[in-house]
Structure formats: structure tokens, C-alpha cells
Design a binder for this molecule. Structure first.
Ligand SMILES: [Zn+2]
Length: 247
């Protein structure tokens, strides 16, 4: 649902997303969502995942699990993994280090809450921490050097939208969620969030349309509710930010 809102509001993103998901997929997805055919949309996601991954080998085919009522957060992020992939290079100061040069790729953005209260907004600080260069103790076996990490970069340039996995955050750390974020020198705007209902063990989504906050819950018959303020982010699962236009 959040993806649909993003694509409907930002026609320019269609082409960018088609590079990762295929033009046909994007067209089908939009057509089905326009027709409110949500079950078929789920089938489309699953079919897409199967053709990409699980069906590649017979073993995987046999072990295939289909979770139709599952985790929207995972469905959303796993299908888009390449879109948001980032890499960070690092070099150990110890010349005898067994893995001196390393280049690590991450496909999701899992930001951690800061250890101590930062001066600025905690989410912006956590994003900066995720991307910034740093010097840490080397974790290679038998090495006591320091590992010098370069700035983390997006593999395919700044994506049209980013999804932050927020599952490590406690609700008290999230009293304030910023509307704007600077990510790799680009401006991003808050578009929505996925929320987790602990009691019902189930995910829903909140997003903005024309400045109004809406809550979408597929399990409710009255599944789209207008909110008068941003949702209480007590059980926040992920945050979605879209790239601001350069204009
Ligand atoms: Zn080392």
C-alpha cells in the first residue's frame, strides 16, 4: 500500500523502480492496486519472489513456503533489496591482517538507536552513523589492528525511497520522528511507516496522501482510516522516506 501511494504521487519514480522490479511488474502492480485487487497483488509479489529466488533450484522449490498473510514489512523490503543496497569499504591498519581490505554490501538499512542521547534528532544521528566513515577495532581473528571504514555509499545512487528497519528501537526513543532527513547529501521526506500490532501479531501501514495521514489495515473491513495526526508510533516496524525533488 505504501509503495502504491509513493508511485501514485511520484510518476517520475516508475522508471527508476522498473529497473529493479521490471516494467511489467510495476505496470501490473499499479493496475491491480487501482482495481483494489489486493489478493492478486500479494500473488504478484509472491510469484515475483519465486521466480527470482526460491524456484531457482529444486531443493528450494520443495522447501517453498508461502505466507499470504505474512509480514508486509518483509515483503516490502525483501522484494526491493537491490534498490537500497549500500556498500562500505574498509582497510585494516595492521599489514598482516588476514582480511585487510574488505568491501561489505548491505541490502537493507537497519539503523541502530544511538548509545547516548545525541544533541540532534536521534533518527538523523543514527542515519549519519550508518553512513559515516569510522575507525573501529578490527574483528579479524588474531588481528589487533584498527579498521578504517570509508563513507558508505548507495550501490545504484540515491534511491527514490528508503526504508529503515526500526525494529531495534524502543518506543521511548521514538517520541519524535522527523519529517525531513538528510541521507547521503540528499533530502528525503517522511512518507509513511509500517506498524506492528503485538496483540494480533499483524502489520499495518500509515502514510500521507495530500497532507492527510491515513492508516491502512488489511484485516479490517473498514480498512482505510483517516487519522487526524501522525499515528502513534508505539510499535513502529519501519519508516519510509521518499527523495525530495531537486527543484
Ligand atoms: Zn585487521
Amino acid at each position: 500500500m505504501i509503495l502504491y501511494v509513493i508511485l501514485r504521487d511520484n510518476q517520475g519514480f516508475h522508471r527508476e523502480l522498473a529497473v529493479f522490479l521490471g516494467k511489467q511488474f510495476v505496470d501490473h502492480f499499479l493496475h491491480l492496486m487501482d482495481s483494489c485487487d489486493y489478493t492478486t497483488v500479494k500473488m504478484l509479489w509472491i510469484w515475483n519472489r519465486m521466480s527470482k529466488r526460491q524456484y531457482r533450484s529444486e531443493i528450494h522449490q520443495a522447501a517453498l513456503e508461502i505466507d499470504l498473510f505474512g509480514n508486509e514489512h518483509e515483503n516490502f523490503t525483501e522484494n526491493l533489496e537491490n534498490l537500497m543496497s549500500t556498500t562500505q569499504e574498509s582497510l585494516c591498519t595492521n599489514r598482516d591482517c588476514p582480511g585487510r581490505f574488505q568491501k561489505v554490501k548491505k541490502t537493507t538499512i537497519n539503523i541502530s538507536p544511538p548509545h547516548e542521547l545525541p544533541h540532534k534528532d536521534p533518527i538523523q544521528s543514527a542515519v549519519d552513523e550508518f553512513f559515516c566513515p569510522k575507525l573501529l577495532l578490527c574483528l579479524e581473528r588474531g588481528c589487533d589492528g584498527l579498521r578504517d571504514f570509508c563513507q558508505r555509499v548507495f550501490c545504484h545512487g540515491p534511491p527514490p525511497f528508503v526504508i529503515f528497519n526500526m525494529q531495534q528501537w524502543r518506543s521511548e526513543d521514538l517520541s519524535y520522528v522527523p519529517y525531513h532527513l538528510a541521507i547521503c547529501r540528499h533530502r528525503y521526506l517522511l512518507e509513511g511507516a509500517t506498524l506492528f500490532n503485538k496483540k494480533e501479531h499483524h502489520y499495518s501501514a500509515a502514510f500521507q496522501i495530500d497532507g492527510c495521514w491515513m492508516h491502512y489495515d488489511g484485516l479490517r473491513s473498514d480498512n482505510l482510516i483517516l487519522l487526524h495526526k501522525p499515528p502513534e508510533l508505539l510499535l513502529l516496524s519501519s519508516l519510509v522516506y521518499i527523495r525530495a525533488s531537486d527543484k
